[in-house]
Design a protein around this ligand. Structure first.
Ligand code: CAA
Length: 292
């Protein structure tokens, strides 16, 4: 098995920048690419801020921070990923977008390179079919915030070879993360369980059972969740939450996964949570304020 040394990451958003952060900190070279250089520059600034937080709390040293940052470079196009041993796609949670990326990416890759997707819900087997290497394709689902959360869900497609799985699992271990293996079913394990809970919280709000504050307080203090479900929805992104519910609803054809109309309305309004500064909370002031 050729060792994994260099990792390409497609998408520098919420997940892509966190993945780049932990991989660079683990000593690998990272090449980050996105639609524009501005997006990657912003991501690197954010990585620096998050590394600085870890230095401040004594989790890493200042030298670790500098080294990690020096290992992250920018690629303008997929040609820049041609010597990567592993490429992780962390673009928008949209099947069409992801498929287009794989079709464009594969001709530039080394034949032995592994391609992984950070999809949180879409079929790995279907995405693999858009590549020239379904046997070297795998789902590696990191959790947000990546530098803090210990888990990576691993999902094999129908054609994923044992050697690809073994190599990916070993790699994830070197990042200090623990793996949980899921079969390739809609939304895998974490989101199959987490998202219906969040969707139910939105129904609870929609039906007037409780206010945003009451629902979140109930689950934070009543179930010891670190964040209330509506706060967590804003953190994940309401567009992503809706996409995952749609994948569950369509993929499992069960009405229990019907996305709450209020969630749809927030997404239609462009109130996507923290990233747009408004969702179930308004983040434009000093303190997040419930929007209903
Ligand atoms: N990078 C580095 N460090 C970070 C960080 C980041 N992005 N975000 C938080 N931290 C660190 C903080 O610096 C802090 O470190 P110290 O304890 O050493 O000081 C620690 O994490 C805790 O952070 P805070 O004190 O700021 O806040 P908190 O105690 O409220 O914790 C949280 C924040 C870790 C996010 C916590 O609220 C939490 O665990 N929330 C739930 C997150 C969750 O459920 N994630 C899964 C989402 S689902 C998913 O990701 C799957 C999907 O596909 C949708």
């Amino acid at each position: 098995m050729t060792p994994i040394r260099k990792i390409g990451i497609i998408g520098s958003g919420q997940m892509g920048n966190g993945i780049a952060h932990v991989i660079a900190l683990a000593g690998y070279d990272v090449v980050l690419t996105d639609l524009t250089k501005e997006k990657v520059d912003k991501a690197i600034e954010l990585i620096d801020r998050n590394l600085t937080r870890q230095v401040a709390s004594g989790k890493i040293t200042e030298e670790d921070r500098k080294q990690a940052l020096s290992r992250i470079t920018y690629a303008e196009n997929y040609q820049g990923l041609s010597d990567a041993d592993l490429v992780i796609e962390a673009a928008t949670e949209d099947e069409t977008v992801k498929r287009k990326i794989f079709v464009a990416l594969c001709p530039f890759l080394k034949p032995e390179a592994i391609v992984a997707t950070n999809t949180s819900s879409i079929s790995i087997t279907r995405l693999a079919a858009a590549t020239d290497r379904p046997e070297r394709f795998i789902g590696l689902h990191f959790m947000n915030p990546v530098p803090v959360m210990e888990l990576v869900e691993m999902i094999r497609g129908i054609a994923t070879e044992d050697v690809t799985f073994a190599k990916a699992r070993e790699f994830v271990g070197t990042l200090g993360k623990t793996t949980a293996v899921s079969e390739d079913f809609p939304a895998f394990m974490v989101n199959r369980i987490l998202l219906p809970m969040i969707n139910e919280a939105v129904y609870t709000l929609y039906e007037g059972v409780g206010s945003v504050d009451a629902i979140d307080t109930a689950m934070r203090l009543g179930a010891h969740h670190p964040m209330g479900p509506l706060q967590l929805a804003d953190f994940i992104g309401l567009d992503t939450c809706l996409s995952i519910m749609q994948v569950l609803y369509e993929g499992l054809a069960d009405s229990k996964y019907r996305p709450c109309p209020l969630l749809v309305k927030y997404v239609e309004a462009g109130w996507l949570g923290r990233k747009t500064k408004r969702g179930f909370y308004d983040y434009r002031g000093e303190k997040p304020m419930p929007t209903r």
